[in-house]
Design a protein around this ligand. Structure first.
Ligand code: SAM
Length: 405
């Protein structure tokens, strides 16, 4: 059985960048990816691209320049557009596949600019070499950067949070412990919890894994049924339980058995009769249709490799008029592929963050109205401690996401 991923690299002319990407992919990732390339106006192979790739030991002279329509009904796992953001519009892929963008500058345009200034042919070829090397670095991050293997991602996420549940808190990264890493209970004050809230829950329930305080904006009322997605040690569930009272009910869902055991032990310790914890994935909620008044979540949806499915599930489970109140990490600018491909950054609630516009589109697509995403600019200060030195604080922020069914 051939289970290699099939990836199509797309640009306008299919003469240079997409051809280089196909060549690098074959050379570096041939064991796991079958690569193709195409263009919306194929121009034939660019001889300079062929030459600089040969210099790097990759023969692309046998590749063909072809039209994208040839692929519209072919099975593909992903389409990657490689046009440069600033100079061109990216071609639109005609089929129903996942489309990603990785912008590279256009060597012929760069070389033409140099030629106009009287630069040598060698200096012009350097433009091709520069882009060739950028494309190589990008291909090295595949397929992880595209998050095309959801089960592998879930396994890594589950393994990290199982470890945290067993250790009981701090999840200092392999790069070393920072003053307030994700997983430090003392960090909860900086993400918006009051000292009274932190003191009100059973010991060990606050694992410092949140990035905001969703129940503070959920406007919970006595008697309501509340669902908490990715409930961890149960911190937000126990706070919600005080607000909905004995006539209300709180259900926490988490896919990590060790977290569920910990949360159940915490509930027993605190004597909570109106809180229960269920093992399950937020992409397939173990909860009946139209049964929840409010769905909360804290720093979890970013960890899902299928966020559109999570929002579809939330919509199914909320009753009409029900509210969504989520604290999560969102991308304010696209993350570089190497950070996206970094599994430690992913499981640390950073690299899987969706862009604000994508989140809004997914929520509307799922059927929600009154969608709002409120970015907490100050979160930069604590996010930088999650992965010191990675620069992640330049790309993501914590945000409060609200919507109504
Ligand atoms: C960063 S922790 C947040 C825990 C909790 N919400 C808090 O604020 O303390 C993420 C939690 O979500 C769970 N989780 C991650 N992805 C999940 C998924 N796809 N389905 C269910 N649970 C998930 C993890 O097991 C972990 O307990």
């Amino acid at each position: 059985m051939n289970d290699k991923l099939k990836i199509l690299f797309l640009c306008t002319g299919n003469s240079c960048r997409s051809q280089m990407a196909e060549g690098w992919c074959r050379q570096l990732k041939g064991g796991e990816i079958t690569a193709f390339s195409a263009g919306t106006a194929p121009q034939g192979l660019n001889p300079h691209a062929v030459r600089v790739m040969a210099e790097a030991g990759v023969d692309i002279s046998g590749q063909r320049s072809q039209h994208v329509d040839a692929f519209k009904d072919r099975p593909l796992d992903a389409v990657v557009t490689v046009c440069g953001d600033a100079q061109e519009n990216c071609p639109v892929f005609p089929g129903p596949h996942k489309v990603f963008h990785a912008g590279f500058p256009d060597p012929p345009t760069m070389a033409a600019e140099l030629a106009a200034q009287g630069a040598s042919e060698e200096a012009q070829l350097d433009c091709y070499r520069q882009v060739r090397d950028q494309i190589r670095d990008y291909i090295l991050t595949l397929p992880e950067a595209l998050q095309l293997r959801p089960e592998e991602i879930r396994a890594q996420v589950r393994s990290r949070y199982a470890g945290i549940a067993v250790r009981g808190g701090s999840c200092c990264s392999s790069s070393g412990c920072s003053p307030q890493p994700l997983g430090s209970p003392s960090a909860s004050a900086s993400v918006g919890y009051t000292a009274e809230e932190m003191a009100a829950v059973p010991e060990g329930a606050n694992m410092g894994l949140g990035c905001g305080n969703p129940q503070a904006v959920a406007e919970l009322k006595p008697g309501e049924t509340v669902l908490d997605l990715g409930s961890g040690g149960g911190f937000d569930c126990f706070l919600a339980a005080r607000q909905v009272g004995a006539s209300g009910r709180v259900i926490g869902v988490d896919m990590t058995p060790e977290m569920i055991s910990k949360a159940r032990a915490n509930a027993r310790q605190g004597g909570y009769a109106n809180v229960e914890f269920r093992l399950g994935e937020i992409e397939h909620l173990p909860v009946a249709d139209s049964s929840a008044d409010v769905i909360m979540s804290n720093c979890v949806i970013n960890l899902s490799p299928d966020k559109a499915q999570v929002f579809a599930e939330i919509f199914r489970v909320l009753r009409p008029g029900g509210r969504l109140a989520v604290s999560d990490v969102v991308a304010i600018v696209p993350l570089p592929p190497e950070l996206r491909a970094d599994m430690e950054a992913y499981t640390s609630c950073a690299a899987g963050a969706a862009q604000v516009s994508e989140l809004e589109a997914m929520l509307r697509q799922a059927g929600f109205s009154a969608v709002s995403v409120e970015i907490n600019e100050e979160s930069r200060a604590f996010i930088k401690d999650w992965l010191p030195g990675s620069g992640i604080e330049n790309y993501v922020r914590s945000a409060l996401i609200k919507a109504v069914k």
